[in-house]
Design a protein around this ligand. Sequence first.
Ligand code: FES
Length: 311
Amino acid sequence: MTLYEAELVVAQRELAADGVLALTLRHPLGEPLPVWEPGAHVDVVLGPDLERQYSLCGDPADRDAWRIAVLREPDGRGGSAHVHGQLGQGDKVRVRGPRNHFALRPAPRYRFVAGGIGITPILPMLAAAEAAGAEWTLLYGGRSRASMAFAEELARYGDRVTIAPQDETGLLDLASVLDDVPEGTLVYCCGPGALLDAVEARCPAGVLHVERFQPKEQETGDNTEFEVELAQSGRRLTVLKDVSVLDTVRAAGVEVLFSCTEGTCGTCETDVLDGTPDHRDSVLTDEERESGETMLICVSRCRGKRLVLDL
Ligand code: FES
């Protein structure tokens, strides 16, 4: 699949909360941007080897502008510092996407839980749930009220939204929204890993959809060596114990898209034609893992001796 990629202009740059910048991106010639659905993210190319994923948090019906929001992370790996320090209004930035691993599935009822900057993918989901006539609530936590982006935009939803700054109300009361979830309800959650783990521990199987910004901690077996066959060329490569499939195919000169290299962004998702992947990513749902149809080749490996990939 060929993804849209273009230099877009930062048409607007404003503070959405303490430490959170909202950027509105437009095509320099006013060309319409691709259609997207709530939960989608884009890759923003900030420099050589500096690429980050940000959720689209504007209005999906607006083909003229994409909005993203970027949290300043003093201990981050450079992406947020670059956006906050160097990306000004009128600057151009290369953007690729959109891609969606967090799509809103149809349901009569939703419980949304967001922590901090995790509100970004949830924001357009609320509008979609509202438009679909679904019954929904949002529990939105953050360090302090001033650090919580888009709280004003959420005011229009009245008491369906609970804003819970930690310095006022303590840790999120997950029991209030996740215990006794009625049949047919889907839970969507985005935020820090500890919040996602806590929500995961409370939700019955099949109900929860999450998006992770950091890799999920998971138990994995020892790495073993295996063979990868690239179906498009028939080439066979050996994936050594301490080398990823991604690095192996790139070293062989095969061009593949990738970004985070830690199993969170979904960019390197590859079709599996034969063999059983050993999934180690933080993107695929249990069902997707079970089906074995695709794998994230930056982190996932093989359960047996051989994989055939559509590369
Ligand atoms: S490069 Fe991000 S999931 Fe593989």
